[in-house]
Write a protein that binds this ligand. Structure first.
Ligand SMILES: CC(C)(COP(=O)(O)OP(=O)(O)OC[C@H]1O[C@@H](n2cnc3c(N)ncnc32)[C@H](O)[C@@H]1OP(=O)(O)O)[C@@H](O)C(=O)NCCC(=O)NCCS
Length: 184
């Protein structure tokens, strides 16, 4: 499944970035990537990604069958992190969640779109039928990026998450991209 990596892709503006699965050696570079993100981009990610111990734990426990992290690199720096979270048991075995974070200087260059496409292909190979994205509703630009990539907004969960900074509750939009009809 990973024989295509590392894979070079060229963005519309001509920059080449390399996509590849994260390895244990990436933990410090990934930590730096998250620290360099804008406060606003970090604020509603699911985890406190500036917690070095958390990134160490992710690196230590890498298991591509549960969580597949694909990194984008430009000149030896991580410029995006995209993860596919498989639901490995129970009634949602055909569902995977996708999360994508692009470095501020690479946003708006279609890297996010390329990563969503990459993870869509990987998910389909893994027999996933529905891709889910959970996004805070006040991040309208992020929701637009996922809609452009083929996601439809199903519903909004009111007051579902709590902003880690100001302790305010926020609404979460559930967006789904159908990969194959879920008939079997
Ligand atoms: C959301 C995110 C991944 C999008 O990646 P990106 O590389 O900036 O987006 P792209 O350049 O690939 O844009 C893809 C499409 O979305 C649109 N889009 C992207 N950001 C947008 C914004 N802020 N407002 C409106 N539209 C936007 C683009 O215009 C483009 O549309 P097109 O297909 O019609 O050309 C990126 O902005 C990001 O990392 N945000 C912060 C982290 C975050 O909140 N991630 C979501 C967690 S699930």
């Amino acid at each position: 499944m990973f024989e295509d990596y590392p894979k070079k892709i060229t963005l519309p503006d001509g920059l080449s970035v390399t996509l590849r699965p994260m390895t244990r050696d990436d933990q410090y570079a990934l930590y730096s990537f998250f620290v360099d993100l804008g406060e606003e981009d970090r604020r509603f990610l699911r985890n406190v990604v500036t917690d070095r111990k958390l990134i160490e734990k992710w690196a230590r426990n890498l298991n591509y069958d549960k969580v597949l992290p694909i990194l984008a690199e430009y000149q030896d720096n991580i410029v995006a992190n995209a993860t596919l979270h498989y639901q490995t048991f129970g009634w949602g075995r055909h569902v995977a969640e996708i999360r994508v974070t692009v470095a501020p200087e690479f946003q708006g260059r279609r890297l996010g779109a390329a990563l969503i496409e990459e993870l869509t292909t990987l998910a389909a190979k893994h027999n996933v039928k529905k891709l889910l994205a959970r996004i805070v509703t006040n991040r309208e630009g992020v929701i637009t990026a996922f809609k452009r990539a083929g996601f439809s907004q199903l519903t909004v969960l009111k007051n579902y998450v709590k902003d880690l900074q100001n302790q305010q509750y926020a609404d979460i939009a559930l967006l789904v991209k159908e990969l194959q009809p879920a008939t079997s």
